[in-house]
Design a protein around this ligand. Sequence first.
Ligand SMILES: NC(=O)c1ccc[n+]([C@@H]2O[C@H](COP(=O)([O-])OP(=O)(O)OC[C@H]3O[C@@H](n4cnc5c(N)ncnc54)[C@H](O)[C@@H]3O)[C@@H](O)[C@H]2O)c1
Ligand SMILES: N[C@H](C(=O)O)[C@H](O)COP(=O)(O)O
Length: 346
Amino acid sequence: MLAPLILTLGDPTGVGPEIILKALLSGGLDNLRHPLLVAGDVAVLQKAADLFGAETALSPAKGLGSHRLRVGTRTLEIKALSRLPADKLAYGKPDTACGRAMVAYIEWACDRCLAGEGAAMVTAPISKGAIHAAGSPFPGHTELLAERCGVDKVVMMLAGERLKVCLVTTHLALAEVPQALSAGDILETIRITDGAFRRHFALKTPRIAVLALNPHAGEGGMFGDEEGRLIAPAIAEAVRGGIAATGPHSADTLFHFAARGDYDAVVCMYHDQGLIPLKLLHFDDGVNVTLGLPIVRTSVDHGTAYDIAGTGKASEASLLAAVKMAEQMAQSGLPSPPTRHGLNNG
Ligand SMILES: NC(=O)c1ccc[n+]([C@@H]2O[C@H](COP(=O)([O-])OP(=O)(O)OC[C@H]3O[C@@H](n4cnc5c(N)ncnc54)[C@H](O)[C@@H]3O)[C@@H](O)[C@H]2O)c1
Ligand SMILES: N[C@H](C(=O)O)[C@H](O)COP(=O)(O)O
C-alpha cells in the first residue's frame, strides 16, 4: 500500500474544512493512487459536513489515522490532532487554541513525510495572524516547513497551467525587498526552480524568465541599479551552469509572453510581482508549491476567506488541483537538498 497524502485541515474557522468536505463529496478525491489522510479535528469536520446536509458516521481507524468519518457514501480517514469545541467556534474567529491546532497539523504532517510515512503533504489555508497570536514565529507554512526540514533556502512557487511564478522573496514588507535581495539568493532561486522543473515536470531544459525589480528594468540605472548589480550577474552565473535563464525582463510586459507559453517559469523578485498575475489567471485552480524541501508540499492558492467561511460557497477547485499536483510530484521523486538537521530522506 502506498503511503498516504496528508491533507492538513488549516484554520478550523476558515474555509479549509468545508472545501475538504466539498472536494470529497464532489467525487474529485475518488480515484487517487495514494490514500488520503486528513490531519485535523473530527468535530470540526463533522460540523463542516453539516453545511452540506451530509449524513456522517464515525468509527475507529487502524494505522496512521485515528478515525474514519463516513460522509454520505464516501469516507474520510482522519488523524485527530486536536479536540476543539467545534460548536463554540465561530467561522472567521479563530482563538489561540485554533492557532496552536493549525501549527500542530502542519508539524505532524511534515514529520510523517520526513519519516517516509507520508508521500506528500497538502495544506488547507491557515491564518497567519492566528498562528502568530498562538506564538508561532513563522509568517506562513513555507518558512515553518523550511525550518522544520532544516533547509536554508526554499522557493515559493504558485502554479497554474498558463503561468508558474517562483519568488525570490516572500513574506516581508515591500520597503524591505531591495535590501533583502542578493545575487546569491537570486541564483539559488533560479537553480532550485530549474532542478524542480527537470525532476517534477519532466522538462529537459526549463525556460526560466527572470524579472527586473524596477520599472523598465531600471532603464540603464536611471531608476534603480539592482538589475545590473544583482540580477544580471545571477542570471549570467546560472547560464554558465547550463540553465536556460534570461533577463532581467521588464515585469510589465513579460507576463504576457509567459502566459502564452514562451517560458516555463517566471522568477519574481517579490510576492505581489508574481502573485497578482498568477491569481488573475488562476485564482480558482492555482496551486502553491514549496520547492527545495526534502518532502513534497502543495497547497491551495487562496487564504481562509473568512467573509464566506461557513456558507459552503468556497470553491474546492484549488484544493483538488493541489492534491493532484502532490500526487504527480510524489511519483516523480524528491530532490535531495542539503539540510541543516540531517533529516534528508530524499
Ligand atoms: N496557503 C495559505 O495558508 C494562505 C494563502 C493565502 C492567504 N492566507 C491567509 O489567509 C488570510 C486571509 O487572506 P486574504 O483575505 O488576503 O485572502 P483570501 O484568499 O482568504 O480571500 C480573498 C478573497 O477571495 C475569496 N476566496 C478565497 N478563497 C476562495 C475560494 N476557495 N472560493 C471562492 N472565493 C474565495 C474570499 O472570499 C475573499 O473575497 C490571511 O491570514 C492570509 O495570510 C493563507
Ligand atoms: N503567499 C501565498 C499566497 O498569497 O497565496 C500564501 O501567503 C502562502 O503562504 P504559505 O504557503 O507560506 O502559508
